[in-house]
Design a protein. Structure first.
Length: 196
């Protein structure tokens, strides 16, 4: 039997949640309705987490669509930052297996100003020694993996990305104990070594 992927496991969990809640609440219609609404939300969140990038912002138009439109289409962002001009920056990482992170920036009036995929060579070149974790998170989003190396006294954030149209690799940001960047590096995607 083929092992279940992440999306299949989440769907099974959602179905199990529905069955468990129905068994637990029996005929109490209000509680059944609450359980169904929760299950619908879990199903929507699951779909948004596996939705192809090409569908993530489908129908969203710059300067016309609003943050609410983005949330309806793409779901809840991982994190939201307030911009100095009154706008907001919404983060949509596609990991841990994905190799893209999308940032949606809105204007002060709530309309969408830009949608950009931030895991690019151009953005990686902007990472400089002395930058802090908040600056890196705001620029590149949530890392795919975080590793601590006690002997080296450093923490490394790894970002899976498309180094070429067909090859994935990791861009790594190394932080010292004070949480500032010391250097960056590149490593192969483990799936490449495993034949995936």
């Amino acid at each position: 039997m083929k092992p279940l992927n992440h999306a299949s496991r989440r769907r099974l969990a959602a179905m199990g949640l529905i069955a468990s809640l129905l068994a637990l609440f029996g005929c109490d219609q209000r509680k059944v309705d609450e359980a169904m609404n929760k299950a619908k939300q879990v199903a929507g969140d699951t779909w948004n987490s596996v939705k192809p990038d090409s569908q993530l912002f489908k129908g969203i138009e710059l300067s016309k669509s609003t943050e609410d439109d983005v949330r309806r289409q793409a779901g809840k962002p991982e994190i939201v930052w307030e911009e100095p001009d009154g706008g907001r920056r919404l983060e949509y990482p596609r990991g841990p297996e994905g190799a893209t992170t999308w940032m949606v920036t809105t204007n002060g009036d709530g309309t969408v100003r830009s949608i950009e995929q931030v895991l690019t060579a151009e953005n990686f070149q902007k990472v400089r020694p002395g930058m802090n974790k908040d600056q890196i998170r705001r620029m590149l989003g949530k890392p795919t993996k975080v590793e601590a190396f006690r002997l080296k006294q450093e923490e490394v954030w790894g970002y899976r990305w498309f180094e070429s149209p067909t090859d994935r690799a990791f861009f790594n940001v190394h932080f010292n104990n004070e949480g500032t960047v010391t250097t960056t590096s590149r490593s192969d995607d483990p799936s490449k070594r495993q034949g995936g």
